[in-house]
Ligand binder design. Structure first.
Ligand code: ADP
Ligand code: ADP
Ligand code: MG
Length: 665
């Protein structure tokens, strides 16, 4: 076995690989960009090497710097994680040329599966059912349109070099085909440097079911059952589970044998996933699934398969890479219960899942044991206090629940999401929790269109419970903490023992002001009014969470407070408030003079320079976010004092981009 390995990745997957290496007594080396110098994975590893500046092209995709880091630290092998260089055959060859071991498949196997069209031709030859379609080399639009006609609409246009759901277009009507092809090819060229596309029959009511495979160098190839990843948004996975709902023994046998056949036909080694699309319009059928692609790496959603098999896939990867045989035969494996994973992201579900950034001032999961078998597992890539930057994938954590049956696992997952408390960034927690309670998810009637069909309900904004703003008001006035010490005078001064003293506070919640009057009734009893609405609330003694009583009902809540925000956690939801300063006391004398980014994005164009004279409405900065351009204009006439960014800069939400000279300057 290796003495020391380098992990060429960041975030949760780097942390997850380090955990297994540590358990096996293997030393670990992390690599990091400048943006990640203090990141979790760096602090977990025994050693860490800086590999470059924040942009991935100069750091996590910089194969030469990563190999140099391994050689310098004496690491014998490189684990690529997922994404980044994990499916780059040239990197594998460079690693091997440097005398190091790549913990993954041979370069030839990655290459064989690298392009979807070639992979489908190979699979067809190996006798694996593939999605009917055209995957030949001719890219003449007229030819492709004829092929689409022959396949029969609806069809799916796919970039052959695609990944992560990019470069895909569903076409339902032949008239829309030429434009869809053009835009798919353009996106493919921009994202993957290869415009070539294939055409597939669009499978209706599609379910995404994939098979985990493992192969060693002794010639053993096994499968570790299937996962259902049908809960997707824009072809990207959101919730994954194992086993697949409604799977039968005959279909499982057919699917897993096809996957093993696929892996064998390309001389596979290590962990891999064969993805199938299945017809979900009725019960699963032996002739109702087709090969889509093979991912030649460990998959994001591998923990659900670990949960139901009791195996550590990173340990298996390390053993296979070190030349050891797989420590079991196919017949030794069986499914234990059901596991479901949710991907927790810093993103704004209500605003079209815009990636969010920010410092996670509060991050607390309910008690869970990471990387171990237990009812709930949390694989996190960040800690409380860490910042989600626009540089990388905004994943916060994966939450995995495992139980004897699917219903219990789903309930457990929902409860865990409810009990997870995050402040400092918008997250998809509420959306994920709503998904676990969706009636079709509960009955296992999943298909890849489910989320889109019910998006409005799944992302509906929740009403603000009045006791939430009441608790926030008490927090703003510092009235939540019980009096310290037994001195009765403390109690009197801290708690205003006199009757019916009043305080006033205005809180902003999602851009709306809430003016609140707080009456102190003594004995930690308060009456909080917002206009005519009144909440009578008593704070109770407690050790952990905040306990309070309203109208005879005792409940728990959490409150996280920073200098300018108060987050109240109640009923599995979080509500953020800002204290609004009284009129005439605005914090910044120059507010209105600073033009700041309304969302994280890329400075695509600067239309101004320091000293320039501008008129209200003049375009100053073009910010690119979510592939859309946002033009930021001058808020008033004036002169530009400072331009604080350059074209090409990635900026966080709220970053000041340009500053106008003061009105009287
Ligand atoms: P799949 O499991 O089908 O590959 P994923 O959503 O897991 O789908 O990943 C989509 C693509 O993005 C994959 O190529 C994956 O390797 C990459 N990816 C996903 N998450 C990350 C991440 N946190 N860092 C880097 N790459 C990632
Ligand atoms: P990527 O490399 O982006 O992961 P895939 O080929 O795996 O591309 O497809 C991504 C997703 O698109 C699948 O998980 C599935 O939801 C959907 N999809 C792909 N092919 C088809 C098809 N032929 N019919 C219906 N849906 C499909
Ligand atoms: Mg895929």
């Amino acid at each position: 076995m290796f003495q020391k390995i380098l992990i060429a990745n960041r975030g949760e997957i780097a942390a997850r690989v380090i955990a297994t290496a540590r358990r096996m007594g293997i030393a670990t080396v992390a690599v990091h960009s400048d943006a990640d110098a203090q990141a979790l994975h760096v602090t977990l590893a025994d050693e860490a090497v800086r590999i470059g500046p924040a942009p991935v092209a100069e750091s996590y995709l910089n194969g030469q710097a990563i190999i140099a880091a391994a050689l310098r630290t004496g690491a014998e092998a490189i684990h690529p994680g997922y994404g980044f260089l994990s499916e780059n055959p040239a990197f594998v060859e460079a690693v091997e040329a440097a005398g190091l071991t790549f913990i993954g498949p041979p370069a030839s196997a990655i290459r064989a599966m690298g392009l979807k069209d070639a992979a489908k031709r190979l699979m067809e030859a190996a006798g694996v059912p593939v999605v009917p379609g055209y995957h030949g080399p001719d890219q003449d639009p007229a030819r492709l349109a004829r092929e689409a006609q022959a396949i029969g609409y609806p069809v799916l246009i796919k970039a052959r070099a695609g990944g992560g759901g990019k470069g895909m277009r569903l076409v339902e009507d032949p008239a829309a085909f030429p434009a869809a092809l053009e835009s798919a090819a353009r996106e493919a060229q921009a994202s993957f440097g290869d415009p070539a596309c294939l055409i597939e029959k669009y499978i209706s009511s599609p379910r995404h079911i994939e098979v985990q495979v493992f192969a060693d160098t002794q010639g053993t190839t096994v499968h570790l059952f299937e996962r259902d990843c049908s809960l997707q948004r824009r072809h990207q996975k959101v919730i994954e589970e194992a086993p697949a709902p409604g799977m039968t023994d005959p279909v499982r046998t057919a699917m897993t044998q096809a996957a093993i056949q696929a892996a064998r036909s390309i001389g596979y080694r290590g962990a891999g996933t064969v993805e199938f699309i299945a017809d979900g319009s009725g019960p699963l059928r032996e002739d109702g699934f087709w090969f889509m692609e093979m991912n030649t790496r460990l998959q994001v959603e591998h923990p659900v398969s670990e949960a139901i098999t009791g195996l550590d896939f990173v340990e298996l990867q390390l053993r296979v890479a070190a030349g050891e045989p797989l420590p079991f035969a196919q017949g030794d494996l069986q499914i234990d219960g059901h596991a479901i994973e949710a991907r927790l992201y810093a993103e704004d579900a209500e605003r079209g899942f815009l990636p969010a950034t920010g410092r996670l001032t509060h991050l607390a999961f309910p008690p869970a044991t990471a990387f171990r078998r237990g009812p709930v597992r949390v694989d996190a890539g960040v800690r409380a206090g860490d910042e989600i930057t626009p540089w990388y994938d905004p994943m916060i954590a994966k939450v995995i629940a495992h139980a004897p049956d699917r219903t219990t696992a789903l309930t457990l997952l929902g409860q865990t999401l409810d009990a997870t408390r995050i402040a400092g960034s918008t997250t998809n927690l509420a959306f994920l929790a709503a998904l676990t309670r969706h009636p079709d998810v509960q009955t296992g009637k999943v298909d890849t269109g489910l989320i889109a069909r019910d998006l409005a309900a799944l992302t509906a904004r929740l009403p603000l419970p009045p006791e939430t703003s009441a608790l926030a008001a008490l927090a703003a006035l510092d009235l939540l903490d019980p009096p310290t010490g037994a001195d009765p005078w403390d109690t009197l001064t801290g708690w205003r023992g006199w009757s019916n003293a009043e305080s006033f506070v205005t809180l902003d919640h999602r851009g709306e002001d809430h003016a609140l009057k707080i009456e102190h009734l003594g004995q930690r009893r308060f009456r909080v009014s917002a206009g005519a609405d009144t909440t009578a609330l008593t704070l109770l003694a407690s050790t952990g969470d905040l306990r309070f009583e309203t109208d005879g009902l005792i409940r728990s809540a959490g409150v996280a407070q920073t200098a300018d925000t108060i987050t109240v956690f109640l009923n599995g939801q979080s509500f953020g408030f800002h204290a609004v300063l009284p009129q005439g006391e605005t914090g910044h004398a120059d507010s209105g003079d600073a033009i700041s980014a309304p969302m994280p994005g890329l400075v695509a164009k600067l239309h101004t320079t320091p000293g320039a004279t501008v008129t209200k409405g003049d375009p100053l900065v073009v910010l690119e976010a979510m592939k859309m351009e946002h033009i930021l204009t001058a808020p008033r006439d004036g002169r530009i004092a400072e331009v604080l960014v350059a074209e090409g800069d990635q900026v966080a939400d709220g970053t000041t981009l340009v500053r106008l000279e003061g009105e009287d300057a």
